[in-house]
Ligand binder design. Structure first.
Ligand code: NAP
Length: 293
């Protein structure tokens, strides 16, 4: 009798306290009776090269990658040749063995695109993006592909904002996207869509990104942060009468795609969604007295 070794998957990043990925994927493995486990690998920067070099030895079959290792992981993988985005942008959030080689994929793009389109029609709309890191690349790419009218981008690191706008202009010649050097430059009052692609909002002590009065009721505000379920930004936006979404649906859809890449099986959506919803923290800024900002 042969015993099959448990397959290990996981998320590599630092810190990972906020992550729901392990609960979501372990529930999916259980539902489909797959002998596998998803672990959180909180790896220190000085250990990350060794960790990645020993994936096979440690029986690791696939990983999601998050901050701060998205760039780092590029050295260890070949890019999925089926994805033109990956060839152009080189942002990876999922790795798996394909034809014997560690290969990089991006499931954030399809995850964000699917979740946004369920709630908002972006065609011809004016958009603003906060942040210019790995997730912002996916967001900007999706919005340009979905034919928004224009995008303004703000990151505390102005070079990153310029890099992302140059990248999108190269991929979509003639498209209007511009970096701004302060948050007010996003001109949110004239926008239809605001996307937070920074980690601001993950921690309770994080500042408010906007002041009361800067957001308005014609805005759709999408925060990639999903834990807490209601960030200060979303609370402020709701108070301004805006429609809002956190990033939980994006997490679900990108997770379902990673699952399929790793296992070759359709992900069990219902069980994954129920697991995510059951882990959500309760809304915090729901009373008139308790102001978010
Ligand atoms: P990242 O690569 O570190 O990018 C974040 C960027 O935001 C960095 O350039 C950072 O600059 C900048 N930033 C930080 N504070 C800022 C501020 N106050 N104003 C403007 N820019 C600011 O991170 P990422 O991988 O893109 O992820 C961003 C967030 O999205 C994280 O919270 C992540 O968990 C979330 N996310 C969610 C999903 C989902 O499925 N829902 C998927 C992917 C990512 P510095 O580096 O100089 O601080």
């Amino acid at each position: 009798m042969t015993f099959l070794k448990k397959r290990i998957y996981g998320l590599i990043g630092l810190p990972l306290k906020h992550s729901f990925s392990a609960a979501m994927h372990n529930a999916a493995f259980k539902a489909l009776k797959i002998n596998a486990e998803y672990r959180l690998f909180e790896i220190r920067p000085q250990d990350v090269d060794d960790f990645l070099a020993q994936l096979d030895k440690n029986n690791i079959n696939g990983l999601n990658v998050t901050i701060p290792y998205k760039e780092k992981v590029l050295k260890f993988v070949k890019l999925d040749q089926e994805s033109s985005f990956l060839r152009q942008v080189q942002a990876v959030n999922t790795i798996a063995k394909k034809d014997g080689a560690w290969t990089g994929f991006n499931t954030d793009i399809a995850g964000f695109s699917r979740h946004l389109k369920e709630q908002f029609d972006p065609v011809g709309k004016k958009a603003a993006i906060l942040g210019a890191g790995g997730a912002a690349k996916a967001v900007a790419y999706v919005l340009a592909s979905l034919k928004v009218d224009s995008i303004s981008v703000f990151d505390v690191d102005h070079q990153k904002s310029s890099k992302i706008t140059d990248m999108i202009k190269e991929i979509f010649p003639g498209f209007t996207i511009y970096p701004v050097d302060k948050i007010e430059g996003l001109e949110v009052k004239d926008k239809d869509l605001l996307v937070n692609a920074t980690p601001v909002g993950l921690k309770e002590e994080d500042p408010c990104l906007f002041k009361s009065g800067q957001l308005h009721s014609n805005l759709f505000v999408y925060d990639l942060v999903y834990n807490p379920a209601q960030t200060k930004l979303l609370a402020l936006a709701e108070r301004a009468g805006a429609r809002v979404s956190n990033g939980l649906g994006m997490l679900l859809y990108q997770g379902m795609l990673s699952f399929r890449i790793w296992t070759g099986q359709e992900a069990p959506r219902q069980v994954m969604e129920e697991t995510l919803n059951s882990g959500l923290s309760v809304k915090k800024y729901n009373s008139k007295k308790e102001k978010p900002c």
